[in-house]
Design a protein around this ligand. Structure first.
Ligand code: 9MJ
Length: 672
């Protein structure tokens, strides 16, 4: 069926509205509606387009998610060649540029320049016809580039249709596609965690994203644009000056750098350069210099071009963010959670004004992929406030005695075994209860609510106790005296007494809580409970092998390996023994095989106010094999409703689920 005129108008209006909000959100950073309201608009349009595919236009905002993969990129001949910029590397070279401009223009006055940071991304050409984005192309060699329209359409800061009015019929806008540092760091972090290849720098990441034949991949990459110029202009005009023209582009919805300024005279030019150099690290994108353009377009025309660069513009470059140096050695640093990070010790080198002598190598996978060896010449990169990193080695400069980097077998902090499971990029120290690097985290976890629940022992107190060397392991907590507590900063006598009481109380715990409190990797509350029910005590768990562990519900090969590694460390066992010595105890657990638990697989929901704490009832039900869920669904078996139960009770009644009051629950439990 053909869409009605009404549907057509609705689709048109939705497209306009969505693009408007898109611009407010991405280009202006000033949204007017919530994300949810925005999604609703987008869904309305998607539904309409699904109903009437004829309504789908290439500039529809629904198309930003990516299109069908291409086999190859088509070639694009640039109607006006895309030139590059001449460079100046110091004040003298810039002054020479300015003098040449004045001489050619026969000016005695100062020249007006438009200045802006030089983004380190990829130059791109955007062609708008009748206000619609019809093509996006890379610069290529300046004359012929690649048609990357499908990928360009996925970039939220690029308008699919221009706003306002007065744009030329055909308008070619030029700008730089870049990847913000924050997005780049997230992308690389994710890649490293998955053991995938990371990108060397944001520029490479942006280039790699733009050259994806599958635009759905590009759609998932955090790319953005700043427009800085124009090429073809037909059937209309821009301004008399570069700055007027940029203002027009901005008015049509194109994103222009907020750092753009008009300056005249070389003193102001130098000033801008220095200000930007200072702010460079703090910007959310990489810049490699400042670009100066003669503002007056007539003057630009008069100046013309030499070979491949205009005479009316220059890039005054900053020092590079990447430098070469020697890799002297590699140490391994242990983080709060036990992760081992290889750290490169470098022959000190200046990188963009800062001396770098250490840099991260991230993990063993990255070392292998970058083929880095001790003695190598390597490229280090320092960008912003992130830790400098080794980007790669330079194999051509490898000395004959270059040494391979190997993961230590023992933790450099505590001597416990270093474990690196198959398929995991990260290697970890297995001495969680004992390792000095992990002490603070281990003790905070041990004292936390779902573990031993030591009331009043907050993070700051744990920090103090460890910093003053009063405790080293969780077991040491139980040796502390009233005087020692009272001696701490901001600790009144009364609080010290309360803490001692809380410690006393925490000695009486349950086996699931105790197992959880040990902080074994991958052993959360639920797994700790399953392990407790299955083994009934610490010793049988300690003796269990891989196969035995994996018969426990919830326990797969990875969890099993972590458990075995944990109990294989003599230091961990010493701490557990000391804890039991200190009086930690729990009521005996009746072991029941998982499938024989009386409430196995039954789903309960607790609601309303109950006479016992919900957590207690929850643990009781869970010990019998039940699952306790937070919301009522068709899968719920029982809803236990206390006083003033509200919507959950109503929903249970509507779905015909059995509702128990507390008395009925007691009867049910007594019957098991
Ligand atoms: C960058 N990369 O930020 C130009 N650029 O102008 C700016 N590049 C340029 N302008 C003419 N801001 C050719 C390249």
């Amino acid at each position: 069926m053909m869409p009605s005129a009404e549907s057509q108008a609705e689709a048109e209006s939705l497209r306009k509205e969505i693009e408007y909000h898109n611009r407010r959100y991405y280009a202006l950073d000033d949204p007017e509606i919530t994300d949810i309201a925005y999604d609703q608009l987008l869904r309305q349009l998607q539904a309409l387009e699904a109903q009437y595919p004829e309504l789908l236009t290439p500039d529809s905002p629904t198309q930003r998610v990516g299109a069908k993969p291409l086999d190859a990129f088509a070639e694009v001949v640039h109607p006006v060649p895309m030139l590059s910029l001449d460079n100046a590397f110091d004040q003298q070279e810039f002054a020479n540029f300015d003098r040449r401009v004045r001489e050619r223009l026969e000016l005695t006055d100062e020249v007006s320049y438009i200045v802006e940071p030089k983004l380190d991304g990829l130059a791109i050409s955007l062609l708008y016809e009748e206000g619609q984005l019809v093509r996006g192309a890379t610069r290529g060699d300046g004359n012929v580039g690649e048609d990357v329209t499908q990928n360009i359409r996925t970039i939220p800061t690029i308008p699919l249709c221009l706003t306002g009015s007065g744009w030329p019929k055909r308008l070619e806008v030029r700008g730089e596609i870049y990847m913000p540092k924050a997005g780049f760091n997230r992308l690389n972090e994710r890649a490293r965690q998955r053991g995938e290849k990371s990108f060397a720098n944001p520029r490479n990441a942006a280039a790699g994203s733009l050259r994806q034949l599958d635009s759905k991949i590009a759609a998932g990459r955090p790319l953005a644009i700043y427009c800085y110029g124009f090429g073809l202009v037909e059937g209309g005009r821009l301004g008399k000056s570069h700055s007027e023209s940029m203002a027009l582009l901005e008015g049509w919805g194109l994103r222009i750098s907020p750092e753009l300024e008009k300056v005249s005279g070389i003193a102001s030019c130098h000033n801008y350069y220095q200000q930007m150099a200072k702010r460079r690290d703090g910007l959310d994108y990489d810049i490699d210099g400042v670009v100066y353009k003669v503002d007056d377009l007539q003057q630009q025309q008069h100046l013309g071009f030499v070979s491949r660069a205009p005479r009316w513009a220059i890039a005054w470059k900053f020092p590079a963010l990447e430098e070469m140096t020697q890799l002297l050695d590699v140490d391994f640093q242990v983080g709060r959670t036990g992760a081992l990070t290889p750290v490169a010790r470098l022959e000190p080198v200046q990188v963009a004004g800062v001396i770098v002598s250490n840099a991260t190598l991230h993990n063993m996978d990255e070392i292998q992929r970058k083929d880095v060896r001790i003695g190598d010449t390597v490229i280090v990169r320092r960008a912003g406030d992130v830790i400098p990193e080794v980007v790669r080695s330079v194999p051509a400069k490898r000395p004959a005695d270059a040494k391979e980097i190997s993961l230590p077998k023992q933790c450099p902090e505590c001597g416990s075994e270093v474990i690196r499971l198959e398929d995991e990029a990260v290697a970890r120290c297995s001495g969680g209860l004992f390792c000095p690097a992990q002490r603070k985290e281990a003790i905070k976890h041990f004292a936390s609510r779902k573990a031993l629940d030591i009331e009043g022992l907050g993070d700051k107190l744990v920090d103090q106790l460890i910093d003053r060397a009063l405790i080293h392991t969780p077991a040491d907590l139980f040796t502390l005296t009233l005087e020692q507590f009272a001696d701490l900063d901001r600790m009144a006598e009364k609080s010290a007494q309360n803490l001692l009481k809380a410690l006393e109380k925490s000695r009486q715990t349950t086996l699931p809580r105790f197992l959880f409190s040990l902080g074994i990797r991958e052993v959360g509350e639920a797994t700790a409970r399953s392990l407790a029910l299955y083994f009934g005590g610490i010793e049988p768990l300690q003796l269990a092998d891989l196969d035995k562990l994996q018969t426990v519900s919830d326990v797969g090969p990875i969890v099993a390996e972590h458990i075995i590694a944990f109990f294989r460390q003599p230091h961990n066992i010493e701490v557990i023994d000391a804890l039991i010595e200190a009086g930690i105890q729990w009521p005996a657990i009746e072991q029941i095989a998982a499938d024989q638990q009386p409430l196995a697989d039954k789903i309960f929901v607790l609601t309303g106010s109950l006479s016992r704490p919900r957590s207690v009832i929850k643990e009781q039900l869970q010990a019998l094999g039940a699952k306790v869920a937070g919301s009522v669904s068709k899968k719920t078996d029982y809803v236990v409703a206390g006083e003033d139960a509200g919507s959950k009770l109503a929903k249970a009644e509507k779905l015909g689920i059995e509702v128990l009051d507390e008395a009925a629950l007691e009867v049910l439990l007594a019957q098991l």
